[in-house]
Ligand binder design. Structure first.
Ligand SMILES: [Zn+2]
Length: 328
């Protein structure tokens, strides 16, 4: 089993619930993308399916028949669906999976379905799953893994017990890097990864893009309108990479905010900009609002001159605490 870094509190709690047979049948694991929620879901699933679950350590004994099947990804009572990407689960896939979930467990124990990126499920798909959550069969468990619970229909969310997973600490990210045998990593990259191992991977693969985003944000801070307009134009037109650019934009602004926490003028600007960056992601990716214009407005709000405006109307922007509590 892949070793899991971090989330020890949640893992202990979940494992204890399995041991005492009190685990709710529908769970939502939410938190930033790429911090290991799916690994925890698999750990819990393995313990649920383990023949010695009540005595076994976190993640199951690792040696019994079902643990062995689990490791070889052939356990008949474990179902995994992933909703993101081009080959995300279709409505037919969901129906087929639920059909299997409604059968008696093959191995005589429990049945577990892990639904990855469940916040990208279609409305039709969500309604089909809702039925299974409303009338859960005994000994079946659904674990919905996602980063944005507000995208999930409230009818589903209300039937699930929610576990929140925090971003990884810089120390934990370092541990992951060590495990992977990577020797050199820049401090800037570590900071920008912002507690997500997946972002770190994407940052490493796209160092040019994030350097570009950082440079533009720096120019925006100085009020360079020409650069801001050109970047908005370019980024908005590049549909394939817009999601990544928006992530980099949000992360860069968040780092600026954290770095200027002692300067209240700068904090006011970066806090507003961060809120705008979060809104921009929602508006562009979920609501399909004109990307160029939205990015332009967001970058414009990074201008240091705005601190005067914010001081005149101090409560129009959210506080840093409110933004960081938001957890995204
Ligand atoms: Zn076992």
């Amino acid at each position: 089993m892949t070793s899991i870094i971090g989330h020890s509190k949640q893992r202990r709690e979940l494992s204890e619930l399995v041991r005492s047979d009190r685990l709710p049948s529908a769970l939502v694991f939410s938190g930033l993308h790429g911090i290991g929620k799916n690994l925890v879901a698999r750990e819990i699933a393995r313990q649920l399916l383990c023949e010695q679950r009540e005595a076994a350590p976190q993640g199951g004994c690792g040696t019994c028949r079902t643990c062995t099947l689990f490791e070889s990804s052939t356990h008949p009572d474990l179902l995994t669906l992933t909703f993101s990407g081009e080959h995300g689960a279709s409505v037919d896939d969901i129906r087929a999976a639920l059909e299997k979930m409604s059968l008696k467990p093959f191995m005589g124990g429990k049945k577990v379905a892990i639904l990855n990126d469940a916040d990208e499920i279609s409305i039709v798909g969500a309604n089909i799953i809702l039925k299974s959550l409303e009338e859960p069969r005994p000994d079946t468990y659904f674990i919905l893994v996602l980063s944005n619970p507000s995208r999930l229909p409230a009818t589903i969310l209300s039937r699930c017990q929610r576990f929140f997973f925090d971003r990884l600490s810089t120390e934990e990210i370092r541990e992951i890097i060590n495990l992977r045998g990577i020797q050199e990593i820049s401090e800037a990259l570590l900071l920008l990864a912002d507690g997500s191992a997946a972002s770190l991977d994407s940052l490493q693969a796209r160092s040019e893009m994030w350097e570009d985003v950082r440079a533009v944000v720096e120019r925006a801070w100085l009020g360079d309108q020409a650069i801001v307009a050109r970047a908005a134009q370019e980024w908005g037109a590049d549909k394939n990479q817009i999601k990544e650019r928006l992530t980099f934009l949000r992360t860069t602004i968040r780092q600026q905010l954290l770095a200027t926490s002692t300067d209240s003028n700068a904090t006011a600007v970066w806090a507003t900009a961060l809120q705008n960056a979060l809104d921009a992601e929602y508006l562009i990716l979920d609501r399909h609002v004109n990307p160029t214009l939205t990015i332009f407005k967001t970058l414009q709000s990074c201008h240091r001159a705005l601190s005067i405006t914010y001081q005149l109307t101090p409560r129009q922007h959210p506080t840093v605490g409110e933004l960081l509590m938001d957890g995204r």
